[in-house]
Ligand binder design. Structure first.
Ligand code: NAG
Ligand code: NAG
Ligand code: NAG
Ligand code: NAG
Ligand code: NAG
Length: 422
C-alpha cells in the first residue's frame, strides 16, 4: 500500500482552479501578450489508462480517488530504476500544469518519478466479491433527467430478485466459475442530482463525472459508508448520448467504470462485463486486425463470456492436462495425432483449453511475428447462451501475441489483443 505525502496533496489541491501569470506581460486588454498559465503541481497517484474510444489517455488516480487526465501524447518511462517495466497501476509523480479543463500538461523537461510498481491484478487468484456502488446522475437542472432508477440498476446488476442470482452478477459468476462475483448484500445504487457542470454536460469529461460522482456519493452516504465500496459505476442520463462518444468506459486497471443510459450501455450486460474486466487489466479482443471485431467474447462485440485466451489470463481457466505448451517437443512426428478431451467452456474452466506454441515456425523466434494459439470448445449454454451461430458447437481458435504472453508469464505486461482466427 502506498501513501501520499501531505505536502504534495496540498499543492495539487491548491493549484486547482487557480491560474496565475507565470512570466512577464499582462492580459489582453493591457495590449501586451505574456504567457498566462497555471501553477506547476506534482501530480501523484496510480498511473492508469483509459480508452475513451475517441482517444487513449493516461490518467492519475490520487489517494482520494480523484482522477486527473494527462494530455494526449504523454508517454510514461518504459522502465523504473530497477529495470522493471512500468505498467498501468504504477504509482508515479508527474510535474504538471493543470489546464482549465483539469488536464495535466506534463511540464516540458521534467520526468515522471516512479514511487512504486504495483503488480497488475492478473491472474485473479482468490475469488473477488465486488462491493459495487452505482452512481446515477440526474441532471434535470438542465433537462437531462435520469431514467434509470436505483431499483432499475439493482435489477440490471443483481437480477429481478435483487439477490445476485440474475443479471450481471450471474454472468460474472458463470463466466468466471466463481472467481468474479458481486456481493449482492453490499451492492448499492443511488441517484445524485447535480448542477449541470459545463465540462460534463457539454464536453462529457469522464474525470469530472467520476470526481463529481464520488463527491456527491460521499455527501449522500457519508465518507465512512462510501469507503466500504470497492468498485464504482457512473451512469449518465440518456441525453448525454449526444455528448459522449462511448457506451461504456473503464480504467485499466482500476475500480471505476462509466456507462451511458442506452441499449448498448447500461442495458447490455456484455458492455458492463467488458468495462468491468478492463478494470482487471484486460484489453479488447480483435479479429482480422480489427479491434472489437471478435464476436465470441464480451471483450469484443459478443454477448458471450470471455474467450479461452482471456479466461486463462484472468485466472478463470486452466489448460487440459499436457495441453499448456504444445510445441515441437510434443508434436514430434508429422501426421501423428494427439488426443485431448476438452469440456465446453461454459461447463468449467478446469482443463478447458489447449495452448499451442508453434516453435517449429521460422518466425517464432521473431517477436514481431510469434503467436500462440488457444483452442477451446464453445457451446451456447450457461454464460454463453447467446453465443453466435458462427462460434457455437465449434472448436474456437484464438491467436495471441506470444511475446506478450511470455512477458505476461513473467508478470510484467498485460495483453493488449487477442485475434480470432477460424
Ligand atoms: C486586465 O488587467 C487589468 C489590470 O490588471 C484588469 O483591470 C482587467 O480586468 C484585466 N482584463 C481581463 C480581461 O482579465
Ligand atoms: C426538455 O426535454 C423535453 C424532452 O426531450 C423537451 O420536450 C423540452 O422542450 C425540453 N425542455 C427544455 C427547457 O429544454
Ligand atoms: C458481503 O457483504 C456483506 C455486507 O457488507 C458482508 O457481511 C459479507 O461478508 C460480504 N460477503 C462476501 C463474500 O464478501
Ligand atoms: C447548485 O447551484 C445553486 C445555485 O447556483 C447553488 O446554490 C448550489 O450550492 C449548487 N449545488 C451544488 C451541489 O453545487
Ligand atoms: C507483439 O507485441 C510486441 C510488444 O508490444 C510487439 O513488438 C510485436 O510486434 C507484437 N507481435 C505481433 C505478432 O503482433
Amino acid at each position: 500500500m502506498w501513501r501520499l505525502s501531505v505536502p504534495l496533496l496540498v499543492l495539487l489541491a491548491a493549484a486547482r482552479g487557480r491560474s496565475q501569470v507565470i512570466d512577464g506581460g499582462s492580459n489582453a486588454s493591457g495590449g501586451v501578450t505574456g504567457y498566462v498559465g497555471p501553477e506547476q503541481v506534482d501530480l501523484m497517484g496510480e498511473l492508469l489508462y483509459i480508452d475513451t474510444h475517441m482517444g487513449r489517455f493516461w490518467t492519475v488516480r490520487d489517494v482520494d480517488g480523484k482522477l486527473t487526465p494527462i494530455a494526449q501524447g504523454y508517454q510514461p518511462p518504459q522502465r523504473d530504476d530497477n529495470g522493471k517495466d512500468v505498467v498501468p497501476g504504477t504509482v508515479v509523480v508527474i510535474p504538471c500544469y493543470i489546464d482549465p479543463s483539469g488536464t495535466c500538461i506534463p511540464v516540458p523537461g521534467t520526468i515522471t518519478t516512479i514511487l512504486s510498481a504495483t503488480p497488475i491484478e492478473l491472474p485473479v487468484k482468490d475469488p473477488i466479491y465486488q462491493r459495487l456502488l452505482v452512481v446515477i446522475f440526474d441532471y434535470s437542472a438542465c433537462n437531462m433527467t435520469a431514467t434509470l432508477t436505483p431499483a432499475g440498476a439493482a435489477n440490471i446488476w443483481l437480477g429481478p430478485n435483487g439477490d445476485g442470482l440474475g443479471g450481471v452478477a450471474q454472468k460474472f459468476t458463470q463466466c468466471s466459475f466463481g472467481k468474479l462475483n458481486l456481493n449482492a448484500t453490499a451492492f448499492r445504487a443511488i441517484t445524485v442530482k447535480r448542477n449541470c457542470s459545463t465540462g460534463i454536460v457539454q464536453a462529457c469529461s469522464w474525470w469530472l463525472i467520476s470526481n463529481e460522482g464520488d463527491a456527491a456519493a460521499k455527501e449522500q452516504l457519508g465518507v465512512n459508508e462510501f469507503s466500504t465500496f470497492t468498485h464504482f459505476a457512473y451512469v449518465v442520463p440518456p441525453k448525454m448520448q449526444s455528448v459522449c462518444g462511448w457506451a461504456g468506459l473503464a480504467l485499466l486497471p482500476g475500480k471505476q467504470i462509466w456507462l451511458q443510459t442506452s441499449s448498448y450501455g447500461v442495458n447490455r450486460w456484455a458492455t458492463i462485463m467488458q468495462e468491468s474486466i478492463h478494470n482487471y487489466g484486460l484489453w479488447h479482443s480483435w479479429r482480422n486486425g480489427w479491434e472489437y471485431e471478435d464476436y465470441s467474447t464480451a471483450m469484443g462485440r459478443g454477448e458471450a463470456c470471455p474467450n479461452a485466451a482471456e479466461t486463462s489470463r484472468l485466472g478463470w481457466s486452466s489448460p487440459a492436462a499436457g495441453g499448456d505448451a504444445i510445441d515441437s517437443s510434443i508434436l514430434t512426428a508429422p501426421g501423428v495425432a494427439l488426443t485431448f478431451n476438452l469440456p465446453a467452456t461454459y461447463i468449467t474452466g478446469d482443463g478447458s483449453y489447449l495452448r499451442v506454441k508453434p516453435d517449429w515456425l521460422p518466425g517464432y523466434g521473431d517477436s514481431s511475428l510469434a503467436k500462440n494459439l488457444y483452442i477451446a470448445v464453445r457451446v451456447n449454454k450457461g454464460g454463453d447462451v447467446k453465443l453466435g451461430l458462427e462460434f457455437m458447437n465449434k472448436v474456437n481458435i484464438h491467436e495471441v501475441n506470444a511475446t506478450m504472453v511470455s512477458q505476461f508469464d513473467q508478470g510484467s505486461r498485460f495483453d493488449p489483443c487477442d485475434a480470432l482466427t477460424e
